[in-house]
Design a protein around this ligand. Sequence first.
Ligand SMILES: [Fe+2]
Length: 260
Amino acid sequence: MNKELFINELYKMIPLELDEAWDNSGIQVENSKDKTDKVLVSLDVDENIVKEADSIGADTIITHHPLFFNGIKKIGNNDRISRVIRELVKSDIQLISFHTCFDKMEGGNNTYLGKLIFGGGIISTLDDQGLLKGVYLKDAMRISEIADIISEKIPMPKERMLLVGSKDEYVRKIAWCSGAGMDLYKLALDKGAELFITGDVKYHQAFDALSNNTAILDIGHYGSEIIFAENLVDILKGNEAFKELDVVKSKLDTDPFNML
Ligand SMILES: [Fe+2]
């Protein structure tokens, strides 16, 4: 399809205005083509993902995490960003990212994560921006049961999750924020959540939280966001505006952490 139309339709579907002020969603690297026919969707980008896109004939990569946050001073040889820029330019592939705008939008990361874990429960938005979502379960569930469900639905084994609180506790009011969401923990507490699910919890945050009645389940940054690609692929495939587009989920999205 026409590239300009593709970009316009994308921005209509995922409003960039929803982005946090510090964020940088949108086009990261342009290509020189007039048309966009094949898109590879992934959580992150490295040179292997650009090579994957090139090998399947994709002219576009869409990621969750933007390539650029801060101005870059040089394109070198020894860092991921530089290597990605080289590969993109070499293969004439454009890179677009949808970060916090996609976390917040209806049907985006946080809504999708909630639906995946809690099925048909009614998901509500608990903060002004739309990053903190919550559910009030009809029947209380044990935290270990919730962790079991999460490990079935996303590629994150229970052994990799961390819990502040007791796994045998029963909870009904649950809040979550995908990615590194601890900034919203206090608000989740104020909203009466009994369990807060997020990623990237730090030691001191966990220690401070120990005395509160709100348990924290850290399912990892990767664990809480790997759903991005499958969700966006479905959204694009289900939108009439993109019917001419070939959309593929990356096979190379990788959790940087290994288990010993
Ligand atoms: Fe993230």
